[in-house]
Design a protein. Structure first.
Lengths: 139, 434
């Protein structure tokens, strides 16, 4: 078993289409998909992000970080939210991603999420992070 | 589904894709086919045929745009062929053939259509189909082994090879078990439907016990070199989550899920670097999976909130939760655990529960009181073939300073124990008393 993150990437166009969809309809469509993940026993976590125009970008290209409002200026793909699912294989993660009610033009990136067990267990910072995970139930 | 060994290089990605789709969709596909044909055995057969065809076709032509539709259409065609072979051109045939065009229904015809409106399933019936599938796969006319194999294959979407690997038996053994199970269901004329209300509670407990058998085989492998087979335990948890979601008002569905989650939470700490067993008292509790504990405790909460009290699985989960929330063995609420074992002994009396109660009593009150319970079990001749009784008795005698008796008991326990890893722990303990 391994955890995979399904990373939703929208574009300006797909975001606009999403805004045009009645909210109730979107809740229903996304809700049905979420329910499938829950019933299949594979859903670990899921979050969606707020409107990118409300976001802030910190750019490290210069010597000191430059802070600008709003989303990345020239980036075509915007990170819109994620699912974490626990499944038997990358192929299964892909199959779930294919079932996602995605808006035309958007993309989903699938990445494995390594567990804390895969890091050196004698490293002080890993030990501290493990303690935090233990306290907060995030292992 | 067959492992793609020895095939061309392109067979491997296709096999993985088929496997992934099948894990997600097998229950819905077999369930829908069983409802439409009214014949579970036929549904399972044609579904497996469709999977076998997918392995060939997808590695040649790539994965279709609608893999589920492809599998379903292919399986329906095989069902139509089968009805034709039997010359059973009755109403069911007409229903299965449905909108399939005459030429299209013949095997080896055009590529299966992948239209979503071609799916013979009604979204509102899916839940009932999957539940019916679980109830049929765990039907009381089947042997315990057959129920396990059929549930993993038809509901869990595992291949015979995967099931055989998980249970360390040859593939033909699993295949024979499944074939025989399907024949038995047909001979007993078991209908593909939800059990009538009067039988429902009893039949549910059959389903729960099959899931628990799968889980325990994964969490305490009864034979072989490995102490744990976590993937098998995970299959039981996955099926348990599905069952709890389908039957949210059944406290024991949540109770079983809670028990599995809480037990699985300790997996990482239960084996040492060389795969050896680590006892509860020696486990590094920081390695317990806190998310799994949280999920388990939440599931107990759901079971309790239904207001009928906890059943046997819920009570065992509550005991596991006592351990999960304790910082150490010494700081565990052993008195609460004794109470829970007493309750468990009343709703589900068994010598194993008595033995566990004795262990809790030893921690809460002392070894002398516990030994009295264990000696009663010995006197009653209960658990005589199991290594558990002498291993607990040996432990208690050791704590009472009766060293040579303790050693003899632990050595007896080691002789009776079938798990290599557990046996070495018992022998180590016995040797330490020499």
């Amino acid at each position: 078993m391994a955890k995979y993150m399904l990373i939703m990437r929208g574009t300006d166009e797909s975001l606009a289409k999403m805004m045009d969809t009645p909210f109730e309809e979107m809740l229903e469509v996304v809700g049905r998909f979420n329910e499938e993940l829950i019933r299949a026993g594979v859903l670990v976590a899921a979050e969606g992000l707020d409107d990118p125009s409300q976001g802030v970008v910190v750019d490290y290209s210069s010597e000191t970080p430059v802070v600008t409002d709003g989303p990345y200026g020239e980036t075509k793909e915007l990170f819109g939210g994620f699912y974490i699912i626990e499944v038997a294989s990358k192929e299964e993660a892909v199959e779930w991603a294919k079932r996602m009610p995605a808006i035309n033009g958007s993309k989903c990136e699938i990445r494995r999420v390594p567990g804390i067990d895969e890091f050196p267990q004698d490293n002080e910072w890993v030990v501290r992070e493990r303690a935090w995970r233990e306290r907060t139930g995030q292992l | 589904m067959p492992a793609g060994t020895g095939g061309p290089p392109s067979a491997e990605p296709a096999r993985r894709a088929v496997e992934a789709v099948w894990r997600i969709e097998s229950a819905r596909i077999v369930g829908a086919l069983a409802r439409y044909t009214g014949d579970f055995a036929l549904a399972e057969d044609v579904a497996q045929e469709a999977v076998a065809e997918a392995l060939v076709s997808w590695s040649r032509d790539g994965e279709p745009a609608n893999p589920v539709g492809w599998l379903l259409t292919t399986a329906r065609r095989r069902a139509v062929d089968s009805f034709r072979r039997r010359a059973a051109l009755d109403e069911r045939y007409a229903m299965v053939a449905g909108q399939l065009a005459e030429g299209e229904a013949v095997s080896g015809g055009l590529a299966p259509a992948a239209r979503s409106d071609d799916l013979p399933w009604d979204p509102d019936r899916i839940d009932d189909d999957i539940l019916a599938l679980m109830f049929v796969a765990c039907h009381p006319v089947l042997s315990a082994e057959a129920r396990v194999a059929l549930t993993l294959r038809a509901v869990g979407g595992l291949s015979s090879e995967e099931i055989a690997r998980a249970f360390l038996v040859p593939v033909p053994t699993i295949q024979a078990r499944i074939t025989r199970a399907k024949k038995t269901l047909a001979a007993a004329r078991v209908a593909f439907e939800l059990p009538p209300a009067a039988e429902r509670r009893g039949r549910l407990s059959d389903v729960l016990s099959v899931l628990y058998v799968i889980f325990t085989e994964g969490s305490t492998a009864t034979s072989g070199d490995d102490l744990l087979r976590p993937d098998l335990a995970y299959e039981a948890i996955r099926l348990g989550r599905t069952l709890a979601a389908l039957l949210p008002d059944e406290p024991e569905a949540h109770g079983l899920l809670a028990l599995c989650e809480l037990t699985a939470a300790r997996f990482a700490a239960r084996t040492g670097p060389d795969g050896e067993a680590v006892l509860l008292e020696d486990q590094d509790r920081r390695r317990w999976d806190r998310s799994a504990i949280r999920r388990g405790v939440a599931a107990i909460g759901r079971a309790a909130s239904l207001g009928h009290g906890l059943g046997p699985y819920g009570l065992q989960a509550a005991i596991a939760a006592c351990h999960a929330s304790a910082p150490s063995v010494a700081e565990t609420d052993w008195e609460r655990i004794v109470l829970l074992y007493e309750a468990l002994g009343r709703v589900a009396p068994s010598p194993v529960v008595e033995l566990n109660r004795a262990v809790a009593v030893a921690m809460a009150a002392g070894p002398r009181e516990a030994l009295a319970i264990v000696d009663d079990l010995v006197a009653a001749g209960r658990l005589s073939g199991s290594h558990l009784l002498p291993s607990v008795r040996g432990e208690l005698l050791s704590r009472l300073g009766r060293t040579s008796e303790a050693r003899a008991e632990l050595e007896l326990a080691a002789r009776l124990c079938r798990n290599v890893r557990e046996r070495s722990v018992l022998l180590r303990k016995a040797a330490a008393l020499a």
